[in-house]
Design a protein. Structure first.
Length: 137
């Protein structure tokens, strides 16, 4: 994988594009080029003026582009707003916490961390386990 200037690669992809592209299509093009595409890349694409579901429309001048709302793909489903997504229950969140703490405890034991930290994780784990049992009743 090449370590590249992601912004320059994005601009190059768009400059060579013959049709408008979604942010996801730009991402796919970067992956196809074997570019290093860190998690923040999709945010970089979106921060360049593109909104989710819109197409990136290449301009005639190389290395520039614009987000054109007229190019919104009609079949593309946008993610539901956070407010309408179902929220995890307290019991689900506590169960996830117990699992995380169990993993932390194993990692701490394998890493040989100091005893105080190990005891603190154990104490948190016991409290979370007790809370999970109470919530299940």
């Amino acid at each position: 994988m090449r370590d590249t200037n992601v912004t320059a690669e994005i601009r190059d992809v768009l400059a060579k594009a013959t049709t408008p592209m979604t942010a996801v299509e730009v991402w796919d093009a970067l992956v196809a080029r074997d570019c290093y595409t860190p998690y923040g890349t999709i945010r970089s694409i979106l921060s360049m003026g593109v909104k989710r579901g819109e197409f990136l429309q290449p301009k005639s001048r190389p290395g520039t582009f614009t987000a054109n709302p007229d190019w919104i793909h009609p079949d593309r489903k946008l993610p539901a707003p956070r407010s309408s997504r179902p929220k995890p229950t307290l019991a689900m969140r506590v169960s996830a916490l117990v699992e995380d703490l169990q993993e932390m405890q194993l990692e701490a034991a394998n890493a040989g961390v100091c005893e105080d930290i190990s005891m603190g994780i154990g104490s948190l784990l016991r409290g979370a386990t007790r809370l999970r049992r109470e919530l299940e009743c």
